[in-house]
Design a protein around this ligand. Structure first.
Ligand code: IPE
Ligand code: IPE
Ligand code: MG
Length: 242
């Protein structure tokens, strides 16, 4: 393992491929989600142990409510279970947990466990775990625009002051830009994930279903990040004499 790797400050993971992982093994989609949740707790700890400061995980999109009642209900129960057990333990590991997404129509039992995690970890300062649940990039931008409009109307904000920094503060959480976006399962799309924050993110699409995305695969992702040349619209030359 290379000890000199540059570590992205903010990584986003689109957790994808649980269903196909299960199907390949002759299991139900829900079994795939169970295996995905088990893997997620390992990857979260591993990412922070490697020096990642902010980790955003996409676990349920606003569009995922289109799935069968059986699958949606299973996922909601899985969130409650994981938040009460594994995620609650992150309190002792200096991880601040925040959520991105709309509250409606999440069931009360999920909202209650979310609120408890936020409250219990609000004073932690080491790492931030942003859980994108009932999240959509479009919804986030629309919700920000509504809050901005309301503040402008109430004379709490002047239109002239609105810039990227101010806009960011009106998003679900005022997070730093995404440096590295990993989507497992090989699909080459964003599916409405962090559209504002990913403007200059490096994108990576490993062909591994999420339950199999282990620490080794995470390490390979870091190596891939390290061969990317980030330019942010500027110019970088290989040879400085040019
Ligand atoms: C990702 O796995 C988990 C969620 C979207 C909740 P999928 O359930 O999308 O798995 P595939 O893409 O069908 O394999
Ligand atoms: C995106 O995955 C949402 C999450 C991973 C939570 P999907 O599996 O829902 O996305 P599509 O439907 O393949 O674009
Ligand atoms: Mg999927």
């Amino acid at each position: 393992m290379d000890g000199n790797l540059k570590i992205p400050n903010h990584i986003g993971i689109i957790v994808d491929g649980n269903g196909r992982w299960a199907q390949n093994k002759g299991l139900s989609r829900c079994e795939g989600h169970k295996a995905g949740a088990k893997n997620l707790k390992k990857i979260i700890r591993y990412a922070f142990s490697r020096g990642v400061k902010v980790l955003s995980i996409y676990v349920f999109s606003t569009e995922n409510f289109k799935r069968s009642d059986e699958e949606v209900n299973y996922l909601m129960d899985l969130f409650v279970q994981s938040f009460k057990n594994e995620f609650a333990k992150l309190k002792e590991e200096n991880v601040k947990i925040v959520f991105s997404g709309r509250k409606k129509p999440l069931p009360n039992k999920v909202l209650k466990t979310m609120d408890k995690l936020i409250l219990d970890t609000q004073n932690n300062t080491g790492y931030t775990l942003n859980i994108c649940l009932n999240y959509g990039g479009h919804a986030e931008i629309i919700d920000a625009v509504k809050k901005i409009s309301s503040d402008v109307k109430d004379n709490l904000l002047s239109i002239d002051l609105i810039d990227e920094k101010i806009f960011n503060k009106y998003l679900y959480n005022d997070l730093p830009p995404l440096d590295f976006l990993i989507r497992t399962s090989g699909e080459l799309r964003l599916s409405n994930f962090m559209l504002w924050q990913s403007s200059y993110a490096e994108l990576y699409f490993p062909k591994i279903y999420f339950p199999d995305f282990n620490n080794e695969a995470f390490e390979e992702s870091l190596i891939e990040y390290n061969v990317r040349e980030r330019r942010f619209g500027g110019i970088k030359y290989e040879n400085k004499n040019h």
